[in-house]
Write a protein that binds this ligand. Structure first.
Ligand code: NDP
Length: 335
C-alpha cells in the first residue's frame, strides 16, 4: 500500500514513518521545506523495507495546501494526518494555532475527496485534548467523551487554545465525512501526553517537542525547587501510538471509530521515581521529595477499543520513561 503522512518532521510522525517502513509500505511525507525533507530521509536511511520520499507543503493553514500533495502515481491508498501545531508559545491564537489545526484538517479532507479517489481510509492524530472535560471530568473517559470548549474560550484563555484547536479540528473532520460522504472513511487516534524516544531530526534540545520537554527538564535539574503539575493523569508511549496509527489504516473495523490511546494512569511523581531507579546517576538533579498531585478520585479511561480492535499492548510507564530518558541523554540533555 501507499500512504501519505503529513508533518513528517514531527516527534510522533517520525515513529509512524518507522512503523510504516518496517511493514513495507511506500510512504510519502509532507514537510515545510526541502531541508526538512532531506533531514527526514537521512533519519530513516536505515529502513530496510518500504520506500520513503517527501513532498513540500509549506503551510497547512492555506486552503489549497494539500491539493497537489494528495495526487500521486500510483495513487495513495491511505492518508495519516499528524501535522498540527502543538505548543503554547503563540502570538495569535487564531492564526498560529486554530487555523492550521482546523483548516489543515478540512483542507486535506477536501483535497482527498477532489483529487485522490483511491484513498480508502484517513487516520487523523487527534488528542485526548479533544476528549477531556477539564472542568467537570466524567467517571470514565471513552470514545463518546468530548471537550466542551467554546470558540470564545479558545481565543481568550491561552491554556485552552491548543486543546480547542484539536477539538474543533476533529469535530470538523467527523462533520466532513458525515456531510460530504467521501470516498474514504475516517478513524481518529486520541492520545493524552505522549512520551518516548526521539526518532526525528532535532537541531537542538531547545527545539524538543512539547510533551517530552518535561522529561528533559527533570534531567536538567529544572524541577528540583518546584514540581510542574501533571496535567492529565494518563499517558502513552509514542511507539504504541505509532503502531495504533498504522493499525487504524489496516484494520477494516477501525473505520468510523475514535480511539482513546492510553497505557494508563501516571503522575509526575511516578516519572521521577522511575527515573531515579533506571538512571541513578540523575538522582542529584531530580526533586528529592516530589509532590504527589494524583487525585484520589481520578477519572477512569476506556482503552479497550485500542487493545481489542487495534491490538495494541501498551508499554509500561517504566519502559517508556526509561527509554525516553536514555534517548534524551544520548542527545546531550545532561550537559
Ligand atoms: P511536533 O511539534 O513534533 O510535530 C508537529 C508537526 O506539525 C511538525 O511536523 C510540524 O512541522 C507540523 N506543523 C505544525 N504547524 C504546521 C503548519 N502551519 N504547516 C505545516 N506543518 C505544520 O509535535 P507532535 O509530534 O507531538 O505532534 C504531532 C500530532 O500529535 C499533532 O497533531 C498533535 O496535536 C498530536 N498530539 C500530540 C501529543 C503529544 O503529547 N506529543 C498528544 C496528543 C496529540 P515543523 O516541524 O516544520 O514545525
Amino acid at each position: 500500500g501507499k500512504v501519505l503522512v503529513t508533518g513528517g518532521s514531527g516527534f510522533i510522525a517520525a515513529h509512524v514513518l518507522n512503523v510504516l517502513l518496517s511493514r513495507g509500505y511506500t510512504v510519502v511525507t509532507t514537510v515545510r521545506s526541502a531541508a526538512k525533507g532531506n533531514q527526514i530521509l537521512a533519519a530513516h536511511s536505515d529502513a530496510t523495507q518500504g520506500e520513503l520520499s517527501y513532498v513540500i507543503v509549506e503551510d497547512i493553514a492555506k486552503s489549497d495546501a494539500f491539493d497537489n500533495a494528495v495526487k500521486s502515481n500510483p495513487p495513495f491508498d491511505y492518508v495519516i494526518h499528524t501535522a498540527s501545531p502543538f505548543h503554547h508559545k503563540f502570538d495569535d491564537p487564531v492564526k498560529d494555532i486554530l487555523e492550521p489545526a482546523i483548516n489543515g484538517t478540512t483542507g486535506i479532507l477536501r483535497a482527498i475527496k477532489a483529487n485522490a479517489p483511491g484513498v480508502k481510509r484517513v487516520v487523523i492524530t487527534s488528542s485526548f485534548a479533544a476528549v477531556a472535560n477539564a472542568d467537570s471530568p466524567p467517571a470514565i473517559y471513552d470514545a463518546s467523551s468530548w471537550n466542551p470548549v467554546t470558540w470564545e474560550e479558545a481565543v481568550t484563555v491561552r491554556t485552552k487554545t491548543y486543546r480547542a484547536s484539536k477539538t474543533f479540528a476533529e469535530r470538523a473532520a467527523w462533520d466532513f465525512v458525515d456531510k460530504e460522504k467521501p470516498n474514504f472513511d475516517l478513524a481518529t487516534v486520541n492520545p493524552p501526553l505522549v512520551y518516548g524516544p526521539i526518532a526525528h531530526h532535532l537541531d537542538s534540545l531547545d527545539k524538543l517537542n512539547t510533551s517530552n520537554q518535561r522529561i528533559r527538564d527533570f534531567i536538567q535539574g529544572k524541577c528540583t525547587k518546584e514540581m510542574p503539575p501533571t496535567g492529565s493523569f494518563i499517558f502513552t508511549d509514542v511507539r504504541d501510538l505509532a503502531l495504533a496509527h498504522v493499525r487504524a489504516i489496516e484494520v477494516p473495523e477501525a473505520g468510523g471509530k475514535r480511539f482513546l490511546i492510553t497505557a494508563g494512569h501516571y503522575s509526575n511523581k511516578e516519572i521521577v521515581e522511575v527515573m531515579r531507579k533506571t538512571h541513578p546517576e540523575l538522582a542529584s538533579r531530580l526533586p528529592a521529595d516530589p509532590i504527589d498531585d494524583f487525585p484520589k478520585n481520578v477519572y477512569g479511561y476506556d482503552n479497550s477499543a485500542a487493545r481489542k480492535v487495534l491490538g495494541i499492548e501498551f508499554r509500561s510507564l517504566k519502559e517508556c520513561i526509561d527509554d525516553t530518558t536514555a534517548s534524551l541523554l544520548e542527545l546531550g540533555a545532561y550537559s
